[in-house]
Design a protein around this ligand. Sequence first.
Ligand code: ZN
Length: 249
Amino acid sequence: MIIDLHAHLGEDVVFDEEQTEEELITAYQENHVGGAIVQPYLPRIYMEDHRQIHDRIHRLCQESKEVKFWGMASINPHFRPEDYDEEAQRCIQELGFVGIKITPIGHAAHPSSKDCMHVWEVCRHLKVPLMIHTGAGIPFSDPISVQKALESFPDVPCVLAHAGSEMHNQQATYLAAKYDNVYLEPSWVGVIGVMNMVKRVGCSKIMFSSDNVYQIPVELAKYRSVIKNEDDLERVLYKNTAELYQLKM
Ligand SMILES: [Zn+2]
C-alpha cells in the first residue's frame, strides 16, 4: 500500500497550474499508489470558489473506485473568522475531510500571524492536523516561522509540507526533532536532506507525498534509494499518514 499525503486538484491562480481528476487517477494507477489526500489548487479569493473546489474534491472522494481519495481543506486565512469557521466546519464535519492547509506564499499569510493562529484554533477545535507549506516563499515559508505557533499549540499535529524544500530543510528537521507534534513531508527535498531527516528525526515522522503527478515516480525512487529497511519504508510510504490522519482504509 502507498498513500500520497499531498495532492492537488483544480486550477491554481497563484502558480498557474492545473490538475484534473483523470490525471490524478491515471498517474496513481501507473505508479501503483493506492490512495491520496487531495487539497485544492489555490482558487480565486472568493468563498464561493473555495466551496466549489472543496465540493469537487468531495465528489472525487466519493466517486473514485480505482484509487481511494480523502479531502484536505485549504481556505484563505484572511477571510472573516466566522466565514472561515463555517467552511472549515463544513469540510471536516459534513464532507469528511481529514485536514486543513495553510500556504503562506499563496495565502499571503505568516503561519504564526493573528489570522493563522485562528486556523490553528480551528484545527484544535475540529481535531485535525494542520499542514503548512514551507520552502518557496521566504520569509513567511521559512519553517522557523511556524515556531511561535508551535509553542501555543503543542496538541495540534503540524505537517511541514516540502519540509522546507531543498534550501530550508535544516530548519524543518530542527523543528521535527524538537517538537513532538511536528511531522515532515519532504517532497522536493534532495536525497541528502532526506537522509539527514531519517538520521535526526526517524522514519516515524516522515511521509511520502508528490505535490504533482509528474513527481510521483521521482519521490518514490527517492525513499527507496535512501531507506533500506522494509518496515521503515512502509511507515514513510503510508502508515504514518494513515495513522496521523486516521484514514479509514
Ligand atoms: Zn502543494
